[in-house]
Design a protein around this ligand. Structure first.
Ligand code: ADP
Ligand code: MG
Length: 615
C-alpha cells in the first residue's frame, strides 16, 4: 500500500497561510502600510482602484532594499525585524512574522520596486501566485513601491467572498485612518480611482485628526494626558456635544499599535457618564504607552486584541485621564474640589446654579477597586466628601492662630485623632506623616508614597493658576488697606502689559499715578500678610523666569505665582493638610513632575520593600 501523506506544494501551502494574513484588500493595505512605517518612511502614498480589488499600491520613501533582500522579502518567515524568539517580547516594529509579503504574493499579482538611497539602481520584482516572473534592475526613486493587483485572482472562491466596493472601501479607509493616526508625523495620501480622498501633511496629532475627520473637529477636541509609572495615556477626546449615535471614531493605540478593547472603551464611556446620552458614543483617539513586558499582543497578525497583566490599573488610568480632561477643560463645570470659599458662597446664594462636583474624579491614578477596599486611607476618603476639604493654604499660613483655635494640644495627637474619628468631621487616619517637614509619606495598600511637599504644592497651584488664566476668572479677596507699590519705569511697563492676566489670576490692580499701582485685591486662595510683598515677589520671579526660560506670559505668571505662594520645605503640616495635598496632587493633569522637572513623588512598591528583606 502506498503512503498517503504528501507535502503540499508550496504554492498551495502559501495560499492557505495567506488566508490568515490577507482576508480582504484592507488587510493587505494594513501590512503594506506597516512595512512602509517600519522602513522609516516620512511620506507614504496609497493608490486604490476598485476598492482594492483591482489595485492597492503603497509607495514610500523609506530605506528601501538591496536586490537580495527584495527577493528574500517574499519568502515566508523572512524578516529583518527579529532574530530570535526573545525578540518577540520586545517587539516595537509592526511586522515581525515575515509573512505578509509572502502571503500577498501567494494570492495576487505583485510588483515591487525598491531602491536604497545610496544605490544607483533599484530592483524590480514581479511575482504572481508565489512565482517570480521577473527580477531586473530598474531606475526608480529611493524607497519602495509595492503594487498588489487582482487580489485572489487565483482563488475564485475567496474573490467572490469579497463584499461590495463601498464596504471594502470602508475597511480600507479604516485601516488607513488607524495608521495615519498612529503616525501623525508622516505625510500620507490616499487616492481612490484617481480621486484624492486624503492628503495629510506630517504634523501634530490634533492636525491629523482634523485632516482625517474634518474641520469641525477643531473646536471639539480636548487634550487628554495622564502619566503614571505604569502606563501613560495621551491623546484627544471629543467634547460631549460631539458624541454620535454611531460608534466608529474611537481609537485606542497601545505602543502605537491599534487595538480594540471593549474593556477600555468602557472606561471611557464611564468617564463620560452623565454627560452624554446612553446611546451616544464619544470620539476619542488615545495612545497608551506601557512597558511591552506588561502586555501580551496576540501574535496573530490580523488580531487587534491585547492583554494587560494589570488590566484594572490600566482601566483606572484611562478613566481618570478622560475624567481629568473633561474636568480640566471645564466641560464639566467646577470639577476642582478645592473650591474656593468665595465661589462656594456665590453658588450657595444662587440655588439655580448647578454644581457637578465629581467626587471620584479625585481618585485618579490610584483608584483601583482593590485599593479602595484594602486602604480606605485618609487622602482617598477625604475626597468622598468635598465639604470636608480643608484649604491647605489657609491653615498653613496661619499656623499659630489655627493651632490655638482648633488644637490646643498639638502633642496630644492620639486623642485628637480619636476625637476626629468619632465626629467624622475630619479625617485623621494616621496613614500620612511628614519626614523632615519636607516629605509627606502616605501609606497605600500597594506600598508607600513619598511626596515632596513643595514640589507637589507648586504643581497644584501652577495648574490651578493656569486654569484661572485661561478662564479669566480667578477669585479675589479685597485688601483691607490697599497698598501703593512704586515701580521702576521698566517694571511699570511690564506690569501695565500684564494687567489683564493679573486680573485673571485674581489680582485687583489699578494704575496709580505715573509709575505706581495700587493693589486692591489679591487671589483669594493665597493667605497674604503683605500684599505688596507678594506682588513684588511675583514680578521679581516673573522677570527671573523670563530671563532663564523665556516662557510664554501666562505660563510664566502661573509658574511665578505658584513658586511664590506655595508652601515651603520645612513647613509643618497637619494630617488633613497632608492628605489634601496628596489628593490634590493626584487630581493634577500632570502630577508626576514639579515645576523644575523634578519628581513630585516616588512610590515604593510593596514588592521592593519585600525584596529589601529577601522575601
Ligand atoms: P515583516 O514585516 O513581518 O518582517 P513582511 O513580509 O511584511 O514581514 O516583510 C518582509 C521583509 O521585507 C521585512 O522584514 C523588511 O525587511 C522588508 N520590507 C518589506 N516592505 C518593505 C518596505 N516598504 N521598505 C523596506 N523594506 C521592506
Ligand atoms: Mg510586515
Amino acid at each position: 500500500m502506498s503512503d498517503l501523506i504528501q507535502l503540499l506544494p508550496d504554492s498551495i501551502a502559501n495560499q492557505i497561510a495567506a488566508g490568515e494574513v490577507v482576508q480582504r484588500p484592507a488587510s493587505a493595505l494594513k501590512e503594506l502600510l506597516e512595512n512602509a512605517v517600519d522602513a522609516g518612511a516620512t511620506r507614504i502614498q496609497v493608490v486604490v482602484k476598485e476598492a482594492g480589488k483591482q489595485l492597492i499600491q503603497v509607495i514610500d520613501n523609506g530605506k528601501g532594499m538591496t536586490p537580495t533582500d527584495a527577493r528574500m522579502a517574499f519568502e515566508r518567515h523572512a524578516t529583518s525585524k527579529i532574530r530570535s524568539s526573545e525578540d518577540l517580547f520586545s517587539i516595537r516594529t509592526f511586522g515581525f512574522r515575515g509573512e505578509a509579503l509572502a502571503s500577498i504574493a501567494a494570492v495576487a499579482q505583485v510588483e515591487l520596486k525598491t531602491r536604497r538611497t545610496d544605490d544607483e539602481l533599484g530592483t524590480l520584482i514581479q511575482i504572481e501566485g508565489s512565482e517570480v516572473r521577473n527580477q531586473e534592475p530598474v531606475a526608480t526613486g529611493p524607497g519602495t513601491s509595492v503594487s498588489m493587483k487582482n487580489l485572489f485572482y487565483n482563488v475564485p472562491a475567496r474573490r467572490n467572498f469579497l463584499k461590495s466596493n463601498p464596504v471594502e472601501m470602508r475597511h480600507i479607509v479604516e485601516e488607513f485612518q488607524r495608521v495615519a493616526l498612529a503616525y501623525s508625523e508622516i505625510s500620507f495620501t490616499l487616492m481612490q480611482n484617481d480621486m484624492e480622498i486624503f492628503q495629510l501633511h506630517g504634523g501634530k496629532l490634533s492636525q491629523r485628526i482634523v485632516g482625517l475627520f474634518g474641520k469641525n473637529y477643531q473646536s471639539q477636541l480636548v487634550p487628554c494626558e495622564e502619566l503614571t509609572p505604569h502606563v501613560n495615556v495621551k491623546g484627544y477626546i471629543g467634547k460631549p456635544e460631539s458624541a454620535k449615535k454611531t460608534r466608529g471614531e474611537q481609537f485606542f493605540f497601545v505602543n502605537n499599535r491599534f487595538i480594540k478593547s471593549s474593556y477600555l472603551n468602557h472606561a471611557v464611556s464611564n468617564a463620560f457618564e452623565g454627560l452624554i446620552q446612553p446611546d451616544q458614543h464619544p470620539f476619542y483617539v488615545l495612545f497608551l504607552e506601557i512597558d511591552p513586558s506588561h502586555i501580551d499582543i496576540n501574535v496573530h497578525p490580523t488580531k487587534t486584541e491585547i492583554k494587560f497583566d494589570d488590566e484594572r490599573t490600566v482601566y483606572a488610568v484611562v478613566r481618570a485621564a478622560v475624567k481629568q480632561a473633561l474636568g480640566a477643560h471645564h466641560v464639566v463645570p467646577a470639577l476642582d474640589f478645592s473650591i474656593d470659599v468665595n465661589f462656594k458662597d456665590k453658588w450657595d446664594q444662587d440655588p439655580n446654579t448647578k454644581i457637578a462636583v465629581d467626587r471620584e474624579y479625585s481618585y485618579k491614578t490610584f483608584n483601583t477597586p482593590e485599593l479602595k477596599k484594602a486602604n480606605p486611607s485618609g487622602w482617598e476618603k477625604l475626597f468622598e466628601g468635598v465639604q470636608r476639604t480643608v484649604e491647605i493654604e489657609k491653615s498653613s499660613n496661619d499656623e499659630e492662630e489655627t493651632e490655638i483655635l482648633t488644637f490646643p494640644s498639638r502633642a496630644n495627637t492620639e486623642s485628637e485623632s480619636k476625637l476626629l474619628g468619632s465626629s467624622e468631621s475630619l479625617e485623621n487616619t494616621g496613614t500620612t506623616f511628614q519626614v523632615e517637614n519636607n516629605y509627606i509619606v502616605a501609606q497605600m495598600s500597594t506600598g508607600l508614597l513619598i511626596v515632596d511637599q513643595q514640589a507637589a504644592h507648586e504643581r497644584i497651584l501652577y495648574e490651578r493658576y493656569l486654569r484661572q488664566l485661561k478662564l479669566a476668572q480667578g477669585p479675589s479677596q479685597q485688601s483691607l488697606f490697599p497698598p501703593v507699590v512704586e515701580l521702576s519705569q521698566g517694571d511699570f511697563e511690564l506690569v501695565s502689559g500684564l494687567l489683564p492676566e493679573l486680573h485673571s489670576l485674581g489680582f485687583m490692580i489699578s494704575v496709580f499715578g505715573n509709575q505706581a499701582v495700587v493693589i486692591q485685591g489679591v487671589p483669594a486662595d493665597i493667605q497674604v500678610r503683605n500684599e505688596k510683598e507678594l506682588f513684588e515677589g511675583l514680578i521679581e520671579q516673573f522677570k527671573n523666569f523670563k530671563n532663564e526660560l523665556s516662557l510664554e506670559t501666562r505660563e510664566n505668571l502661573a509658574r511665578s505665582l505658584a513658586r511664590r505662594s506655595s508652601l515651603k520645605r520645612g513647613q509643618k503640616l497637619k494630617d488633613q493638610e497632608m492628605e489634601t495635598l496628596v489628593g490634590q496632587l493626584f487630581a493634577c493633569q500632570n502630577p508626576n513632575y514639579g515645576l523644575s522637572g523634578n519628581k513630585t513623588f516616588v512610590k515604593l512598591d510593596l514588592s521592593s520593600i519585600h525584596s529589601f528583606f529577601g522575601k
